[in-house]
Design a binder for this molecule. Structure first.
Ligand code: ZN
Length: 161
């Protein structure tokens, strides 16, 4: 069975950056389950896996435009240190979640100059070319319920409480 829209796919993967540093990997945990064509994965990875079959291995490099996007200046803000609950503890590299109009946003402190703290709301992997090494573990039909929900059910997938 080939990977195409509405198939449930399980993969093992390793993600590295341009320098070969491992950013994420399914090694040591179970495979990742997703439904093709439902935006579960970044677009470039779904494109690379389209038409592939169980046991195929796929190596692909995905540009930011088809990954987590390019870095956007309007996602970077400077605010006064005094706005933080614990101003003295703010450090470069700290991450926050903030409630925004469109939902929760992750913010990373990227610089501090005096009283000015720079917060970057871009995805941590925005602007990066992503190198994926993928082993396709299995491909199966999705159930009607899975398609209705847009995610995988069952022991390895999504659990409803
Ligand atoms: Zn569900």
């Amino acid at each position: 069975m080939q990977i195409k829209k509405d198939k449930v796919v399980s993969i093992h993967y390793t993600l590295t950056d341009d320098a070969g540093k491992v950013l994420d990997s399914s090694t040591g945990r179970g495979p990742l389950f997703y439904i093709q064509g439902h935006g579960n994965l970044i677009p470039g990875l779904e494109e690379a896996l389209e038409g592939k079959s169980k046991t195929d291995k796929v190596k692909t490099s995905i540009p930011p435009e088809k990954g987590y996007g390019v870095k956007m200046d309007e996602m970077i803000h400077q605010i006064s240190r005094s706005h933080f609950e614990e101003p003295e503890s703010v450090e470069v590299g700290m991450q926050f979640q903030a409630e925004m109009d469109h939902g929760m946003q992750h913010l990373t402190v990227t610089a501090i100059e005096g009283d000015k703290v720079t917060l970057d709301g871009n995805h941590p992997l925005a602007g990066q070319t992503l190198h994926f090494d993928v082993d396709i573990v299995d491909v199966r039909e999705a159930s009607k319920e899975e398609l209705d929900h847009g995610h995988v059910h069952g022991p390895e997938g999504h659990h409803h409480h």
